[in-house]
Design a protein around this ligand. Structure first.
Ligand SMILES: Cc1ncc(COP(=O)(O)O)c(C=O)c1O
Length: 358
């Protein structure tokens, strides 16, 4: 027996969301974002389920090598490129594509002993101001690297800082700057993340780079209106492990932060912050018990939470609890925690087994 707390991963929903990407971007190649273990869903299982994707992206080389070791032969891009020259040589050996982010990385690539030339994505800083070449150096680096023996092909990319806000003019400005600077270059282009795929159609070029929408999460702040037929992939579940009656005035849990205003009944659920259910979630956060919304009460502890079961006399030990996923949007829980769904999904701990449907 194992603790009945699982992250159920619905690979049909993942494939459905991939098909939604296809509908938004029918003429583009699709590079699926499988970094951070596919946003907490399991990169191996996700890459097997997304066999129709044209390429995979991860953050750094260890994530890519784990996929190669498991037999994944698709093109894999390292979004952060490499940290030293040795990694370039490893990337050659395993045929990994690099994002080249700045002059130091470009020089490392030129100096490396490559067994085979590499495909690279040359990143343009169109306004994120974090990584990428600036407007005055981009074209010369493109020309320089295109002619280098270690380089098989140079592709062009940029990343949006505000595409999740449909009213923010910055996205159109970034797009215009990218077009202005790269207009003369003949090479495949990639601009769009999930928010741009769904909200900024003019940014769809040769390749799109969906992440969060694959996992069924709206990239938009107003996700209630803008869910656009995405299906939750992860449903985080546990069970009621104990119930008890409380008298008015009795406090629950550490710090006694929640006090019963009247006689009530509470349940204890086997999930806590060590599993990745955030400690900062306040009393009142919704939890589904046997499909019904009930409020979290008191503090989230390492392994347990408590919920108010007043008026639900039929609930007993072993009954199912959903923390987020099908029936309870992870976006809503993220809002309560003052964060974004990306953080909740990627923070689910290794001690929570993932259960996959086929
Ligand atoms: C360069 C790049 N492209 C695309 C994505 C995917 O973004 P999203 O998950 O918002 O679709 C990311 C994610 O952070 C990224 O770093």
């Amino acid at each position: 027996m194992t603790r009945p707390t699982f992250a159920h991963i619905n690979l049909d929903a993942l494939r459905h969301n991939f098909n939604r990407v296809r509908q938004f971007a029918p003429d583009q190649k699709i590079m699926v974002m499988l970094k951070a273990d596919a946003y907490g869903h399991g990169a191996l299982q996700a890459s097997a389920a997304l066999s129709e994707a044209d390429a995979i992206a991860v953050a750094f080389i260890d994530e890519a090598l784990a996929l190669r070791e498991a037999g994944i032969t698709k093109p894999i891009t390292l979004l952060q490129g490499v940290f030293d020259q040795q990694e370039i040589e490893l990337a050659c050996e395993h045929q990994l594509d690099l994002v080249i982010l700045h002059a130091e990385q470009a020089k490392m690539l030129e100096a490396a002993q490559c067994s085979k030339p590499l495909r690279i994505w040359l990143k343009f800083d169109s306004g994120m101001h974090r990584l990428g070449f600036s407007a005055d150096e981009y074209v010369s680096w493109f020309q320089h690297l295109s002619a280098h023996q270690n380089v098989a092909e140079v592709r062009l990319m940029t990343h949006f800082s505000c595409a999740d806000d449909p009213d923010n003019p910055v996205t159109a400005e970034q797009e215009a700057l990218f077009d202005d600077i790269t207009g003369v270059l003949e090479a495949p282009r990639s601009l769009a993340n999930s928010a741009a795929i769904m909200g900024w159609p003019s940014t769809l070029r040769d390749w799109v780079r969906p992440g969060i929408m694959l996992y069924g999460v709206s990239p938009f702040a107003d996700w209630r209106e803008d869910h656009r037929d995405l299906r939750a992939v992860m449903t985080l579940k546990s069970v009621i492990i104990s119930t008890r009656a409380l008298k008015a005035g009795e406090a629950v849990g550490y710090g006694g932060s929640w006090v019963a205003e009247q006689d009530c009944r509470i349940g204890v659920v086997s999930i806590g912050y060590a599993d990745g259910y955030p400690r900062c979630l306040p009393s009142g956060t919704p939890v589904l018990v046997k499909g019904q919304r009930v409020p979290l009460i008191g503090r989230v502890t390492m392994d347990m939470i408590t919920v108010d079961l007043s008026g639900m006399d039929d609930i007993t030990v072993g009954d199912e609890v959903v923390l987020w996923g099908e029936g309870l949007a992870v976006e809503e829980i993220a809002e309560r925690a003052g964060t974004i769904a990306y953080e909740l999904l990627t923070n689910i701990s290794k001690r929570v087994p993932r259960l996959y449907n086929k």
